[in-house]
Design a protein around this ligand. Structure first.
Ligand code: SAM
Ligand code: MD0
Ligand code: SF4
Length: 360
C-alpha cells in the first residue's frame, strides 16, 4: 500500500509529534470520505489511548438568558425582543444542580448571558452567591460561563467554588471577532482565560464553525489553544437564529465541525473535548464521540423551563437530553460513564500543575 501525505501526518500525530500549521491546515481541508474516516480513526485511537472508552457528563444550567451584548449569532442578544427570557432564582438553581447531581453528571456548568442583575452595581455579588450556594449544595466540580468579568472578580469566583472558567473566543481572527461580537473587546475576552488561570481555575476555549472563518483561521485557533494552556477545547457549528443579523446564513455541513474536533484531538491529545448536544441534539452524539470527543455537554433536565444556547429547545422537553436518556444511549455506543473519582483525579492533577506553572 502506498503511504500518502495523510498517512505520514497521522502517523506523526500518533507518535506524538507536534504538527505544523501546514499539516493542521491540510487535515482541516480533508473532504474525501476515505480520508476523513482515517482521520477519525486516528483521533479515536488517540482518545482511547488517553482516556479509554470512558466519557464525562456535564449538566447545563442556563440560569439567566438576559444579556447586555449583541453578538450577531446569538438568539439571546439584547436586541432580540422576541426571544423568550427567564432568570432562575437561587433556590431553583440549587434544585436543578442537585437534580443533575443525583442523575450522575460529573460537573455543573452555570451559564448566563451577561446579565447585569447578576454582576453589576448593587447586584455585583449575585453571581458569586449563586456559585457559592451551588458549591455548598452539591459535591460536584463547578464550571462558570458568565461571559466577561472584571479582573478583580476572579479570585472570589475561585474562592466561591468555581473549578472551571469557560469563555469562548469564537475565533482568533480579530476582524471576524469584531463582526461576531460587535462592541466587545478581543483582548478583554482573551484575558478572561489568563486571569482565571492565575486565580487557580481550569479553563475552556472554543471556536464556532461556519461564521465566516477560513480553514487557516481554524488552524490558527487550534494552535492558539495550545499556547493558551487551556484544559478543554471545543468546536461548535454555527446554528442560525431567528431575529438575528446572521439568521439567513446557513450552517455548514456538520462534517466540518467533526473534522475540526478530530484535528483538535490530534493536536491536544490529553485535553477534554466536548460533544455538545446543543447542535444536532442527541443524534449528534455518536459522530462526535467517533471524531474524538470525550465529554458530553449540554445535558439538561426536562420540563424545568431551561433553554439551550444554539438550540434553545431541541430535545429538551422530550427528555432526550436528560441524564437517564443519555445513559441509555451510551449503552449502544460502546462508551461507559467514567467514575466521578476519575474526573476529580484528572482535574486535581491539572490544578496542581497550574499552581506550579503560575508560581514559576
Ligand atoms: N454569555 C456567555 C458568553 O457569551 O460567553 C456564555 C453563554 S454563550 C451563549 C455560550 C456560547 O454558545 C457562545 O460563546 C457561543 O460559542 C455559543 N453559541 C451561541 N449562539 C450560538 C449559535 N447560534 N450557534 C452556535 N453556537 C452558539
Ligand atoms: C454546551 N450549550 O455545552 C452549552 C454551552 C457553555 N459553557 C456551554 C455552549 O453546548
Ligand atoms: Fe450574550 Fe453570550 Fe449571547 Fe453574546 S453569546 S449575546 S454574550 S448570551
Amino acid at each position: 500500500m502506498n503511504t500518502t501525505a495523510l498517512d505520514t501526518i497521522l502517523d506523526k500525530a500518533w507518535y506524538q509529534g507536534s504538527l505544523t500549521k501546514e499539516e493542521i491546515t491540510f487535515l482541516l481541508s480533508l473532504q474525501d470520505g476515505e480520508d476523513v474516516t482515517k482521520l477519525f480513526r486516528t483521533a479515536r485511537a488517540i482518545k482511547e489511548r488517553n482516556f479509554g472508552n470512558r466519557v464525562f457528563l456535564y449538566g447545563f444550567v442556563y440560569f439567566s438568558t438576559y444579556c447586555r451584548n449583541n453578538c450577531s449569532f446569538c438568539f439571546y442578544r439584547q436586541s432580540n425582543k422576541e426571544s423568550f427570557r427567564y432568570r432562575k432564582t437561587k433556590e431553583d438553581i440549587i434544585q436543578l444542580a442537585c437534580a443533575l447531581e443525583d442523575a450522575g453528571v460529573h460537573l455543573i456548568d452555570l451559564t448566563m448571558g451577561e446579565d447585569p442583575l447578576f454582576n453589576d452595581g448593587a447586584r455585583s455579588e449575585a453571581l458569586l452567591e449563586i456559585v457559592q450556594a451551588v458549591d455548598d449544595s452539591v459535591e460536584l466540580p463547578i464550571m462558570a460561563s458568565p461571559g466577561v468579568l472584571r479582573e478583580d472578580r476572579f479570585a472570589s469566583m475561585h474562592d466561591a467554588g468555581t473549578d472551571w472558567f469557560a469563555c469562548y473566543q469564537e475565533t482568533h481572527n480579530r476582524d471576524l471577532f469584531t463582526r461576531l461580537r460587535p462592541h466587545q473587546d478581543y483582548d478583554l475576552r482573551y484575558n478572561q482565560k489568563v486571569w482565571a488561570q492565575r486565580a487557580g481555575m481550569l479553563t475552556e476555549e472554543g471556536i464556532m464553525i461556519g461564521v465566516g472563518e477560513t480553514i487557516r483561521d481554524r488552524a490558527e485557533s487550534i494552535i492558539m489553544m495550545g499556547l493558551q494552556g487551556v484544559q478543554q477545547v471545543r468546536a461548535m457549528t454555527f446554528v442560525p437564529q431567528t431575529n438575528t443579523p446572521m439568521e439567513k446564513k446557513r450552517s455548514p455541513p456538520f462534517r466540518e465541525e467533526l473534522v475540526t474536533m478530530a484535528v483538535m484531538r490530534l493536536v491536544h491529545q490529553n485535553k477534554l473535548i466536548p460533544a455538545s448536544l446543543d447542535i444536532e441534539g442527541v443524534k449528534g452524539l455518536r459522530p462526535r464521540l467517533e471524531a474524538g470527543a470525550n465529554v458530553i455537554t449540554s445535558i439538561i433536565p426536562p420540563q424545568k423551563g431551561l433553554a439551550g444556547v444554539a438550540q434553545p429547545e431541541l430535545d429538551i422537553d422530550t427528555g432526550e437530553r436528560s441524564p437517564t436518556n443519555i445513559e441509555e444511549m451510551l449503552e449502544g455506543l460502546n462508551v461507559t460513564i467514567a467514575p466521578l473519582s476519575e474526573y476529580r483525579g484528572l482535574i486535581n492533577s491539572w490544578k496542581r500543575r497550574l499552581t506550579v506553572e503560575v508560581l514559576a
